[in-house]
Design a binder for this molecule. Structure first.
Ligand code: NAD
Length: 275
């Protein structure tokens, strides 16, 4: 028996990375999955892998009509909608604040925040009428701590975390849970770009050294978190952000702090004067 038997899910940005891996895991666990992405060939390839468990629809999450169509399509195909995974994203505008144009701002926020808003808005009526549903959105540790990502990415992801809480407060009484996932560095095309296998391994080992757990994330780490939030294993969890980052957001190790203060190795014993 699968953990998502008889469930219907929509996943945005499911043509690659963590969205694609989540589509595979959800299908393995028994769900019907509407694989959506603005990249048609990649999205279709993932849906094809799922066989009768999957279908594909081209969706640009920054377009309200596309997102609304996805909800209608899932309900037309399978009769209900239990899981909405708002996951599509990209790096957005980069660079110093004074160099970012209004149109770069708009496209970044349209995809990273408005796309999540559209997902929540259009699945809510269906889930409320069923008195059941789980809405999951991919935020980021960048939404919890500034400095690791470009300005607008970090701001939009913080807004996703907060929108999640706000909507969770509204929908809880209707049996609909709303949570976000905050990945750390995960080896996907978004993080390392279109690079060779060899350079990807270098990327993994370079970033891996900076995570307390000693490796970078892989898409399956996020898929497992999404499965937990989608399934009945988390029925008392709503309004939460689940951090999946190998410990990176927990802070800087204290030993590194003392190195920074003294310019030397870790302080072995702090002894107040006179003792
Ligand atoms: P990815 O590039 O492998 O996949 C992202 C997918 O989203 C792609 O298939 C792309 O075509 C699709 N997409 C982009 N814009 C879209 C749009 N407007 N409409 C529909 N689809 C669109 O990247 P990933 O790392 O799997 O990213 C998934 C999510 O995780 C994103 O929201 C990203 O911001 C977030 N995230 C990634 C990392 C990381 O280190 N990889 C860390 C934290 C958060």
């Amino acid at each position: 028996m699968g953990r998502l038997d008889d469930r219907v899910a929509i996943i945005t940005g499911a043509g690659s990375g963590m969205g694609a891996e989540t589509a595979r895991l959800f299908a393995e666990e028994g769900a019907q999955v509407l694989v959506t992405d603005m990249n048609e060939s990649k999205g279709r390839a993932v849906a094809d892998e799922l066989g009768t468990k999957g279908a594909f629809l081209r969706v640009d999450v920054s377009r309200e009509e596309d997102v609304s169509n996805a909800v209608s399509e899932a309900v037309d195909l399978w009769g209900h909608l239990d899981i909405m995974f708002n996951n599509a994203g990209f790096g957005g505008a980069r660079g110093p604040i004074e160099t970012i144009s209004e149109s770069d701002f708009d496209i970044t926020v349209d995809v990273l925040l408005k796309g999540v808003f559209f997902g929540m808005k259009h699945c809510a009526p269906v889930m409320k009428s069923q008195k059941f549903g789980s809405i999951i959105s991919t935020a980021s540790v960048a939404g919890l701590q500034a400095g690791e990502s470009p300005h607008l990415y970090t701001a939009a992801k913080a807004a996703v975390i907060h929108l999640t809480k706000s909507v969770a407060l509204e929908l809880g009484q209707d049996g609909v849970r709303v949570n976000s996932i905050c990945p750390g560095v995960v080896a996907t095309p978004l993080a390392h770009g279109p690079i060779s296998e060899d350079r990807r391994e270098k990327f993994k080992s370079r970033f891996g050294r900076h995570q307390p757990i000693g490796r970078v994330g892989v898409p399956d780490d996020i898929a497992q978190a999404a499965l937990f939030l989608a399934s009945d294993d988390s029925t008392f969890i709503t309004g939460a952000e689940l951090v999946v980052d190998g410990g990176a957001n927990a802070g800087r190790p204290w030993s590194r702090q003392s190195e920074l203060m003294t310019g030397e190795g870790p302080i072995k014993l702090y002894r107040p004067e006179g003792r």
